[in-house]
Design a protein around this ligand. Structure first.
Ligand SMILES: Nc1ncnc2c1ncn2[C@@H]1O[C@H](COP(=O)(O)OP(=O)(O)OP(=O)(O)O)[C@@H](O)[C@H]1O
Ligand SMILES: [Mg+2]
Length: 368
């Protein structure tokens, strides 16, 4: 890095400022050959060069003859999203420069207040930061791709195990020892768990990559609720839990992806069932608020400590000491799916006092 040539594009319309910067950089650079400075005096010329050449950094004056303010920054940033930009501002537009940093500029320098050494340092930091950011994004992308392809490849063998064990269970001889029968049942259950894990990993990878498309249509949410409840009833019965469902008498129609929203509800109900109290209650309420709907899932279990309440929505996060099995993906998927609908998923809970998860959704999609 130290010896590599840094290709810098300086976009600056004031010839005096441009000359000054050029001289400052020349005098401060450790070696003349370390920097290759190109120059444009208009936005149009700068964009032209960015399109045809490769640069490591843009030094950008925001006030140019053909563009000014944040617009200048946004044009350059969208023309070359991966090239770091250091904004040069005058005293009078420092506020705009600060905004540019909020929008993704790596740094800003106020003309007349910096010397060549400071500009050089800022540029080196900017390039290094951008490089780290690119590497991080690249790693995340690789991880998602890895999960996606591995999950995909695991599907077929797991389906084969599931099918084979089904055949074995259906043809079990009368005199099969009880212990062997139990083991076969365990294989069947483990295959189901594995299938669920693979489906979760795949869905998460698709969501991360922005590849999930909602299939929206007007749906009576009471039916989505009823289906999710039917799905969880057998498991709740195993732990002697009572399900209390409250829905309005009239249809509650919303433009949603019923399949995806059903998945969100199943994830929340599965948590209430898993983490809720043995012999406890699980409430599911659907509330019609004219333009909005609210669906809440409440349990009377151990609750969630305040410091965990935001983290449980992160991928793979599980509260330490969670005894039952789980991947830590259920809530991350649920939140991503609700947000894809333009809605919100939140939690209210206190340790020892149960938890309530709220889904709030607009009935009509906002972009139609
Ligand atoms: N209703 C609840 N009561 C108490 N803790 C909960 C509740 N719901 C979630 N949690 C905590 O939040 C963590 C994350 O939940 P999440 O649903 O994302 O993952 P999981 O249930 O562990 O695995 P899975 O991917 O199978 O859903 C859980 O491990 C649990 O510690
Ligand atoms: Mg879960």
């Amino acid at each position: 890095m130290e010896d590599a040539v840094i290709r810098v594009l300086l976009v600056e319309d004031n010839p005096g400022d441009a000359r000054l910067i050029r001289e400052m950089l020349r005098d401060s650079g450790p070696r003349k050959s370390t920097m290759d400075l190109s120059f444009a005096d208009r936005l149009s010329g700068g964009l032209e060069r960015l399109r045809s050449e490769k640069f490591d950094l843009v030094l950008l004056d925001l006030t140019l003859p053909d563009s000014s303010g944040l617009e200048t920054f946004e044009s350059v940033h969208s023309a070359a999203p991966s090239v770091p930009i250091v904004v040069l501002s005058g005293l009078d537009d420092e506020a705009v420069a600060v905004r540019a940093v909020q929008f993704g500029a790596q740094d800003y320098l106020v003309k007349g207040q910096v010397d060549g050494g400071a500009i050089l340092r800022s540029m080196r930091y900017a390039i290094e930061r951008q490089r780290l950011e690119d590497a991080r994004a690249d790693l995340e992308h690789q991880r998602d791709e890895f999960f996606s392809s591995v999950s995909h490849d695991l599907r077929t063998p797991v389906a084969a195990i599931k099918a084979a064990i089904g055949v074995v269970l259906a043809n079990e001889p009368q005199n099969m020892p009880a212990s062997l029968h139990r083991l076969l049942g365990n294989i069947d259950l483990a295959a189901d768990e594995l299938t669920k894990l693979i489906e979760n990993l795949l869905e998460m990878a698709r969501l991360q990559a922005g590849r999930v498309e909602l299939w929206r249509s007007p749906v009576d949410l009471r039916e989505v609720v009823a289906r999710a409840v039917r799905n969880i009833e057998p498991l709740a019965a195993e732990r002697n839990q009572t399900l209390v469902v409250q829905v309005p008498d009239q249809p509650v129609v919303a433009e949603v992806d019923g399949e995806r929203l059903g998945r969100v509800l199943r994830n929340l109900l599965a948590n209430a069932q898993k983490y809720g109290r043995e012999g406890g209650r699980i409430w599911l309420a659907l509330e019609d608020r004219t333009d909005e709907v609210c669906i809440s899932v409440t349990d009377d279990g151990p609750g969630i400590a305040a410091e965990d309440q935001q983290r449980i929505f992160e991928r793979f996060y599980r509260v330490s000491g969670s005894t039952t099995t789980g991947t830590g993906l259920g809530l991350a998927i649920a939140r991503a799916l609700v947000e894809l609908h333009g809605g919100r998923l939140s939690v209210e809970s206190a340790a020892g006092a149960g938890s309530t998860f709220f889904i709030t959704l607009a009935k009509k999609r906002s972009d139609s």
